[in-house]
Design a protein around this ligand. Structure first.
Ligand SMILES: Cc1cc2nc3c(=O)[nH]c(=O)nc-3n(C[C@H](O)[C@H](O)[C@H](O)COP(=O)(O)O)c2cc1C
Length: 167
């Protein structure tokens, strides 16, 4: 798994080839089985492939990179687990991010690239997908076959001792 993780990189140029249905379903399955707080499963994964909808998403973000599929990952606020002793703490972002990480890594294991995208206009995405007020978009995940190698930044990771404290 570590070798797979080291091999994965952010893809910012995709081939136009579609993703096979079987692979797409495996990617979505990896998200489905992700752990969530109290197993609340508040995630909502929107699979955008349609031309008109994709065009509208393109107005929301410059970071779709020509992907044939964009997964829009959101969570439904009413389903998010809140701790009784700390209601302010909301696990929705964490839940959605673990779902996304599962999908990103499963995609890579199938030869399908992706790029985690935080740069988007939420209002435009919400309008395009007609989302209810109660759903919050966390990130976009364009997915498809890579048409580029890793960027220089991919190997630029801090040494463990800079980010990890053994106590
Ligand atoms: C929370 C988050 C937000 C990101 N947002 C964007 C984005 O909006 N656009 C983009 O091109 N890449 C985005 N990235 C990708 C990172 O820039 C990339 O993962 C990082 O530079 C390391 O490169 P690598 O993924 O190739 O190893 C994001 C990554 C994360 C984890």
């Amino acid at each position: 798994m570590l070798e797979q993780m080291k091999g994965r990189y952010s893809v910012r140029k995709f081939k136009t080839d579609p993703i096979e249905e079987e692979k797409l379903m495996k990617i979505l399955e990896a998200g489905r089985i992700a752990p969530t707080a109290k197993n609340s499963q508040p995630q909502r994964v929107y699979v955008v492939r349609d031309g008109e909808l994709m065009k509208r998403l393109g107005d929301a973000s410059p970071c779709l990179y020509g992907a044939p599929v964009v997964l829009v990952v959101a969570y439904e606020d009413s389903l998010v687990f809140h701790r009784a002793d700390d209601y302010a703490r909301n696990s929705g972002d964490q839940d959605a991010s673990i779902v996304g990480t599962h999908m990103m890594l499963e995609a890579w294991s199938l030869g399908v690239g992706s790029c985690w995208v935080n740069m988007f206009d939420e209002t435009v995405v919400r309008d395009a997908l007609n989302l209810p007020e109660s759903e919050h978009v966390v990130f976009l995940l364009p997915v498809g076959y890579p048409d580029m190698g890793p960027s220089a930044r991919h190997d630029d990771r801090k040494p463990l001792e800079e980010t990890t404290v053994f106590l």
